[in-house]
Design a protein around this ligand. Structure first.
Ligand code: AMP
Length: 213
C-alpha cells in the first residue's frame, strides 16, 4: 500500500520520506526532487518547470500529473511514499483515478505533518541540501561536518533557490491556497491522519511508521 505525506513546505516530508525508504521496502516519489533533477539536466521537463520552481509557484497540474502517471505506469507493483504530490485537489483526484485505471497500489493513508509557521520559516531559510543524494542539513540544528560538503556522499551542499526568504512566502501562500484544502479532501474519503511534525525526527518517524506496512 502507498501513502501520501503532505503538509506545508518545511514540514519535514523529505526527511521523513528518506527515513521511511531507508528502513522499509517502500519507495520515495518526490515531485520536487524529480523537477530539480530535470532542471539540473536541462531536459524539456526541467526547462518547463524551472520558472515555477524558482519562483515558489506550483508547476501546472497537467505537467505534474503527467510526470507521476508516467512513473506509476512503469511501477504498478511498487508501494510509494508520495512526497509533495498531490498538492492540489485536482492532483489528488487524478492520482486516485490513475491508481484505479492502471491498477497500481492504492493509498492507505494521507498523513499530514503539522508544523507552526514560524518554525517552517526557520527550517526553510536555514536548510541546505546535498545536490547529489538529497540529504538535508540545517545551518544551526544539523550542519554538515565540513561546510558545503555532504557527510554521506561528499556531494555539494547548497541552498535551494526557493529556500531564499523572498520565495518562502510565495511557497507558503501556494500551500495555503492549494494544498491545505487537501486536509478536508482526505478527511472526506476517510484517509486523513494528522501528525505533529515539530518534535524529534525519530519520534515523528515512529508515529508515521505505524501507517507503513
Ligand atoms: P518540494 O521539493 O516538494 O518543496 O517542491 C519544490 C517545488 O517543486 C515546489 O515549490 C513547486 O514549484 C514544485 N512542485 C513540487 N511538487 C509539485 C506538485 N505536486 N505540484 C506542483 N508543483 C510542484
Amino acid at each position: 500500500m502507498s501513502i501520501v505525506l503532505f503538509g506545508p513546505p518545511g514540514a519535514g516530508k523529505g526527511t521523513q520520506s528518506q527515513l521511511l525508504t531507508d528502513r522499509n521496502t517502500i519507495k520515495h516519489l518526490s515531485t520536487g526532487d524529480l523537477f530539480r533533477k530535470a532542471m539540473g539536466e536541462g531536459s524539456p521537463l526541467g526547462l518547463e518547470a524551472k520558472s515555477y520552481v524558482d519562483a515558489g509557484k506550483l508547476v501546472p497540474d497537467t505537467v505534474t500529473i503527467g510526470l507521476v502517471r508516467e512513473l506509476l505506469e512503469k511501477n504498478i507493483n511498487t508501494d510509494y511514499i508520495f512526497d509533495g504530490f498531490p498538492r492540489t485537489e485536482n492532483q489528488a483526484k487524478a492520482l486516485e483515478e490513475m491508481i484505479s485505471a492502471i491498477n497500481a497500489k492504492p493509498i492507505s493513508r494521507a498523513i499530514f505533518l503539522e508544523v507552526d509557521e514560524k518554525i517552517l520559516v526557520d527550517r526553510l531559510s536555514g536548510r541546505r541540501v546535498c545536490k547529489n543524494c538529497n540529504a538535508v542539513y540545517h545551518i544551526q540544528s544539523k550542519p554538515s561536518k565540513v561546510e558545503g560538503v555532504c557527510d554521506l556522499c561528499g556531494g555539494l551542499v547548497y541552498q535551494r533557490k526557493d529556500d531564499g526568504v523572498d520565495v518562502i512566502s510565495t511557497r507558503l501562500k501556494a500551500y495555503e491556497e492549494n494544498t491545505k484544502p487537501l486536509k478536508k479532501y482526505y478527511s472526506d474519503v476517510g484517509l486523513f491522519t494528522s501528525i505533529n511534525g515539530e518534535g524529534e525526527t525519530e519520534s515523528i518517524y515512529k508515529n508515521i511508521k505505524k501507517f507503513v506496512q
